[in-house]
Design a binder for this molecule. Structure first.
Ligand code: ATP
Length: 463
């Protein structure tokens, strides 16, 4: 892990936020290569989840939402972790991290887990993970809202808008990629647990009764997605939650986990959320007229009524000629965690002629730079010829031109950032129009026609 973290900094993938000022915990900046890599991850998700399908549409909802959204969704009351402090060393812990059976047993540790400290711990208390903020210049409770801790609620809040403005019919999904914020007690493991991160979430609305099937379907689809991007399947596991441990809104949940150098970690949660969220917002909508801007914690939502299934957030099924509240299957993934998993998975060191070669074996579709164009020497017309090839490729993909240092070193530089192909222009190019194509993983070199390069790259990337 240390080697990967050092590489991502050295080569401009990921930097700590505000490093200039000593850094800020739980926030990360993606550098020139990192932004391309993460964008490729998000694009691959968007392509598989939206573009390649007829039953899913996209959305980009605001991060700031009406405070009642978070009351109705249950986040104000429940989106909290149990927290505990050491009275002696002042360290702060998440109780379930130092006492893994805390949720089942309720056992609260009493001594600081740091063997050098062993100080007395405070009682456990709930710590809400939402960041508070104020809408407008007056900081009273009516203007207080939160930075969204998940993108999903923006989707539920737009359910009516989407069904009214498109011709899409149940079963269908709404997908969204965007920033979320959680004031994690202990951000750690590089970008894995951050306070600001990006999610890739899709809510798939289906007829009650068909939900179990759709749930299985989406677990399979997500497995295919990771496989299609070359992740090592032995490092990926799909862990179904025990029925007793499911969150209150969920009928079934399967976590997609990756074996990071620091242990297994969740990349994505696939949940059958039933009709919980749409029902919750129906109650929220009915209640909002009574809300006079008091503290959200004290505000009571109007109770469920028997007319419920016919409420505003219900769906009229034209085939069945009846209204119901759709069930929802949610594959919710993290863009930063997926990016980190692809990086860890790709990192490799091999022996290249007695020397250690560091190589990122990223899938060509994820690689931030698709090809490097290298004139063998800086003379005899090679740079000009190489530039021409570079210009042709640059129109289509992010590629680099590099004429500095020995060609072997230039190959290593590209290996380290995961560039799948290098094209070298040499003396023969000037004679017969062929170039050397060098492949990152095998280091195999072959002569190909200059005119075939664009097509070859295209085939490898899109074929
Ligand atoms: P965890 O148990 O690890 O805190 P979670 O179960 O609370 O995660 P969800 O609410 O299911 O996570 O969020 C969906 C996805 O969003 C996660 O699978 C993960 O990829 C991503 N995610 C959640 N919290 C964070 C975070 N603090 N930093 C980075 N990504 C996150």
């Amino acid at each position: 892990m240390e080697k990967l973290v050092a590489l991502t900094k050295r080569r401009g993938f990921i930097f700590q936020s505000s490093e200039l000022y000593g850094g800020v915990n739980g926030a990360w900046d993606y550098g020139p290569l990192g932004v391309e890599l993460k964008r490729n991850v998000k694009d691959a998700w968007w392509k598989a989840m939206v573009r390649d399908r007829e039953d899913v549409v996209g959305l980009d909802s605001a991060i700031l939402m009406h405070p009642m959204v978070w009351r109705a969704s249950g986040h104000v009351a429940n989106f909290a972790d149990p927290m505990i402090d050491c009275k002696k060393c002042k360290k702060r812990y998440r109780v379930d991290e130092i006492q893994p059976d805390y949720e089942e047993t309720g056992i609260v540790p009493t001594q600081c887990p740091d063997p050098k400290c062993k100080g007395e711990l405070t009682p456990a208390r709930k710590f809400n993970l939402m960041f508070e903020t104020v809408l407008g210049p007056v900081a009273d409770s009516a203007n207080k809202t939160f930075l969204r801790p998940e993108t999903a609620q923006g989707i539920f809040a737009n359910f009516i808008n989407v069904t009214n403005s498109t011709r899409i019919k149940v079963p269908f999904g709404i997908a969204q990629v965007g920033k979320s914020f959680r004031n994690e007690i202990n951000p750690r493991n590089f970008t894995f647990r951050s306070r600001e991160f990006e999610q890739m979430e899709m809510e798939f609305f289906c007829k009650p009764g068909s939900d179990d099937q759709w749930f299985e379907y989406w677990v399979e689809e997500r497995k295919k997605w990771y496989a299609s991007l070359g992740i090592k399947m032995e490092k990926l596991r799909f862990r179904a939650h025990d029925k007793e441990k499911l969150s209150h809104y969920s009928k079934a949940t399967t976590d997609v986990e990756y074996q990071f150098p620091f242990g297994w970690g969740e990349l994505e949660g696939i949940a059958n959320r039933t009709d919980f969220d749409l029902r919750a917002h129906q109650i929220g909508m009915r209640s909002v007229g009574r809300w006079k801007g008091e503290e959200l914690q004290d505000f009571q939502l109007v109770d469920e009524d028997p007319e419920f299934a016919g409420g505003k957030l219900s769906y009229f099924d034209e085939e069945e000629k009846r209204r119901y509240i759709p069930y929802v299957i949610e594959p919710a993934a993290g863009a930063d965690r997926a990016t980190l998993a692809f990086l860890c998975d790709a990192y490799d060191e091999d022996d290249a002629g007695g020397e250690v070669r560091v190589v990122l074996r990223l899938h060509p579709r994820l690689a931030p730079v698709k090809a490097a164009i290298l004139p063998l020497v800086k003379k005899e017309g090679m740079p000009e010829r190489a530039r021409k090839l570079y210009d042709a490729l640059k129109k289509r993909w992010p590629v680099v031109y590099d004429e500095s240092a020995a060609v072997g070193r230039r190959y290593r530089r590209q290996d380290e950032i995961g560039t799948p192909f290098c094209f070298t222009i040499d003396g023969d190019t000037m004679k017969d129009g062929t170039v050397t194509m060098r492949e990152r993983d095998s280091m195999k070199q072959e002569r190909v026609s200059e005119d075939a390069v664009v097509r070859l790259v295209e085939e490898r990337l899109e074929g």
